[in-house]
Design a protein around this ligand. Structure first.
Ligand SMILES: C[S@@+](CC[C@H](N)C(=O)[O-])C[C@H]1O[C@@H](n2cnc3c(N)ncnc32)[C@H](O)[C@@H]1O
Length: 270
């Protein structure tokens, strides 16, 4: 099955609600808050600047961007109408923040008018990341900043030991809910390839030990395997119960790596 994040509206209202909540929970993880705060700290923008997030989802990161840059204008562009509705409903007291429906390959803004573009866990879900990066290049002002933060899903695991059965849920999540698990290894060349100058690249570990964060991975994958008839309900329930048991007895170890790339659109040559 294709990664549902390629066309969220087709995945249906249940998926939209589940992952709108899951992205809010993920962003509240102290590691994710630190990653976002660190890259936002690299943005030095005036109050009349415009920053956009491409692939804003239900706005978990867009709200952080708007709070950090307020009163400067922030717009979240997102192709899913369902996520845009969720995003608008989740905003409170942020007059500088709006959301609009738009695909990342066709953002409705003029050439060279945007001070900063953020893409947070988007490129791993698209088939042609170079098209979104070229669009970011088009809309950025000379000297404008692109920030890409993405998960290296190729390294995601639940394993506590060899052939750990819970790790099937991590592997299955990456197979069913991700388009390119190796995007992080390609990020630097993709960014340079559209003409942007890479100024920063790093990768940070995220270790999940609590029940809320990666439970949706286990719930979504086990229910899919069950629906397909690959496993029975007893095993599906047992994997969820095993996840919860580990969270309770301090043996849950979900691992992901997140990369941040920061790049600038070169100033015009004299
Ligand atoms: C995992 S979500 C991340 C959402 C948000 N950035 C966050 O971190 O909370 C991936 C997002 O990429 C969006 N997406 C998928 N294909 C896209 C495209 N071609 N252009 C823009 N966004 C896209 C999806 O609709 C989804 O909202």
């Amino acid at each position: 099955m294709a990664d549902p994040f390629q066309d969220v509206d087709s995945a249906g209202p249940e998926f939209i609600k589940m992952f709108a909540d899951a992205m809010d929970v993920r962003q509240s993880d102290p590691t994710m808050e630190k990653i976002v705060a660190t890259y936002l700290g690299m943005l030095k923008l005036s109050d009349d600047s415009i920053t956009i997030e491409i692939g804003a989802g239900a706005g978990a990161v867009t709200r952080r961007i708007a709070a950090h840059l307020q009163p400067a204008k922030v717009v979240g562009y997102e192709p899913s109408r369902g996520f845009v509705e969720e995003a608008r409903n989740r905003v409170q007291g942020a007059p500088n923040l709006t959301f609009q429906v738009a695909d990342g390959t066709n953002v409705p803004v003029e050439n060279g008018t945007i001070d900063a573009v953020v893409m947070h866990t988007v490129l791993t879900h698209v088939t042609h990341p170079e098209k979104l990066l070229a669009e970011a290049f088009r809309v950025l002002k000379l000297g404008g900043t692109l920030i890409v933060c993405d998960a290296d899903f190729s390294k995601a695991t639940f394993s506590n030991f060899a052939n750990d059965p819970l790790d099937v849920c991590a592997k299955e999540f990456v197979r069913e809910f991700v388009t390119d698990p190796f995007i992080v290894s390609k990020l630097r060349s993709l960014v340079s390839g559209v003409g942007l100058d890479l100024v920063h690249f790093d990768v940070e570990s995220r270790v999940v030990t609590t029940k809320e964060q990666m439970r949706p991975w286990v719930e979504a994958t086990t229910s899919q395997m069950c629906e397909r008839g690959d496993i029975g309900k007893e095993l599906a329930d047992a994997l969820v119960a095993e996840h919860d048991r580990r969270a309770e007895n301090e043996s849950l170890y979900g691992y992901q790596a997140f990369a941040t790339a920061v790049a600038r659109k070169p100033e015009k040559k004299p």
